[in-house]
Design a protein around this ligand. Structure first.
Ligand SMILES: [Cu+2]
Length: 121
């Protein structure tokens, strides 16, 4: 009787392991076929947006991270997006649904400029 229970337990563990592998494969496949990354980062460092110009596909999320000790912001010229003041290590994200050229500035330091070009791949 003890042996039988032990055997059932082992089979359960095996079934769980196989299910986990199959589940992992199911999630891995779409990632391999993705044409472009879902998210792109822009660093804010030394009073510059880096990269200053990026080109992304529609639907891409852009994430800005402030690495300076000074607060900065991200404000679209066409007002389509605007962050609050970002302290050190704060992030701001915006997903670009439509094609176009989206210039932006830091509203605290308007000489800081950047552009997001949104183009179909
Ligand atoms: Cu700034």
């Amino acid at each position: 009787m003890r042996k039988l229970f032990a055997s059932i337990a082992v089979n359960r563990v095996r079934a769980t392991a196989i299910a986990a592998l199959l589940l992992g494969a199911a999630f891995a496949v779409p990632a391999l076929h993705a044409a472009s990354p879902a998210s792109v980062g822009v660093d804010i460092s030394k009073f510059l947006f880096n990269a200053k110009e990026i080109t992304v596909a529609p639907g891409t999320k852009v994430v800005w991270t402030n690495h300076d000790d000074t607060p900065h912001s991200v404000a679209a010229n066409d007002k389509s997006f605007s962050s609050k003041g970002l302290d050190t290590d704060d992030t701001f994200e915006h997903t670009f649904a439509n094609e176009g050229d989206f210039g932006y500035i830091c509203s605290v330091h308007p000489f800081m400029t950047g552009v997001v070009h949104v183009r179909k791949p």
